[in-house]
Design a binder for this molecule. Structure first.
Ligand code: HMG
Ligand code: MG
Length: 299
């Protein structure tokens, strides 16, 4: 069976914009977030408090948060890798953060400048202090299916590293197919392995990149396993600057099109979302990679 309702965790302003060549002014980013909320999205990852040299596209995180109009009932999580990032985020009205770990050693080094062990040590005080301040904490786990340097990633290794992040006190674990190599049978096997290890689908989200065109079918496989939180980026923009061959996330419009056809509720107004992605594509100077945006935006 399928869930009646899916929560879309929108990552366009963060995962999308972090990997676009065009750097938008903070004012435009805040407007992007506002338009997403108007289209009915209820969880919108707004930006990242990472080192500005590592991700210059999001160096204006403070200013984006200051300019953002917040709609009651909408959550606006931000990425926070370490205590310095948390210090920056606290006091700006942040209520939700996300830490981001890796299933593989190579990507931990490339993305966080640390081993898997070292990154857990970095996250531990972040999660503790965030929770003590009343914040909700999500964890991402990258390279859950394959890694560009290490190749296929063993399922046991993914489950082990995912559980370590949840054990820090994170409410939700988002399983990232950072380079988009996963296929539906692999998704099902991974979700079963998590369930066997005591982590049910209610604590998991899926985060698919569409590099190989598998993001939608992988999402359907995850929904059939009971997952109800799906990450997506408006217009399918973005990728990851520290993972070669990562393209954009599953496009939110493609997801909404499929779910509405299946009778699964999302609360998102497709026409309004497409209009936003077309507006953004013009500002980014490239067409949206989303097939649904291409079909509906009417070039
Ligand atoms: P580091 O160089 O090891 O940091 O980077 P450090 O702790 O050694 O500190 C060095 C200097 O940086 C210090 O300054 C710190 O204050 C400063 P100094 O004392 O030398 O003047 N610093 C900071 N400044 C501002 N904000 C901060 C911060 N932290 C340290 N937060 C670090 C370690 C984690 C910071 C770095 O590796 C980093 O920023 N990495 C982020 C990479 C990133 O953002 N990647 C993309 C997001 S992950 C993703 O996209 C995948 C995902 O979508 C899921 C999927 O698809 O799989 C989530
Ligand atoms: Mg990602």
């Amino acid at each position: 069976g399928l869930p009646r309702r899916v929560t879309i965790y929108e990552v366009g302003p963060r995962d999308g914009l972090q990997n676009e060549k065009t750097v938008l002014p903070a004012e435009v980013k805040a407007e992007f977030v506002a338009r997403l909320a108007r289209a009915g999205l209820t969880t919108i990852e707004a930006t990242s408090f990472v080192h500005p040299k590592w991700v210059p596209q999001l160096a204006d995180a403070e200013e984006v948060l200051q300019r953002m109009d917040r709609v009651p009932g909408v959550r606006y999580p931000v990425l926070v890798p370490n205590e310095r990032g948390l210090d920056r985020a606290l006091g700006l009205g942040v209520t939700d953060i996300a830490i981001f770990g890796s299933a593989t050693e190579t990507f931990a080094q490339r993305n966080l400048n640390r081993s898997v062990e070292g990154s857990i040590a970095m996250f531990t005080p972040v999660v503790e202090r965030a929770r003590a301040n009343g914040l909700a904490v999500r964890a991402y786990l990258s390279m859950c299916f394959g890694d560009p340097w290490e190749g296929p990633v063993p399922i046991e290794q993914v489950v082990r590293n995912g559980r370590r992040l949840l054990d820090l006190g994170c409410a939700q674990l988002s399983l990232g197919d950072t380079i988009g190599v996963g296929t539906p049978g692999h998704v099902t096997a991974l979700l079963r392995a998590f369930a066997d290890a005591g982590v049910g689908p209610e604590r998991l989200a899926v985060h698919f990149h569409d590099t190989y065109g598998q993001a939608l079918v992988n999402t359907l496989a995850a929904l059939r396993c009971g997952v109800t939180v799906v990450d997506a980026s408006a217009g399918g923009i973005g990728g990851c600057p520290y993972a070669k061959s990562a393209t954009g996330n599953l496009a939110t419009e493609d997801l909404v099109w499929m779910l509405s056809g299946l009778g699964v509720r999302t609360g998102v107004d497709l026409a309004s979302l497409v209009e936003t992605s077309a507006w953004l594509a013009a500002l980014l100077g490239r067409p949206s990679p989303s097939r649904v945006v291409q079909a509906l935006a009417g070039e």
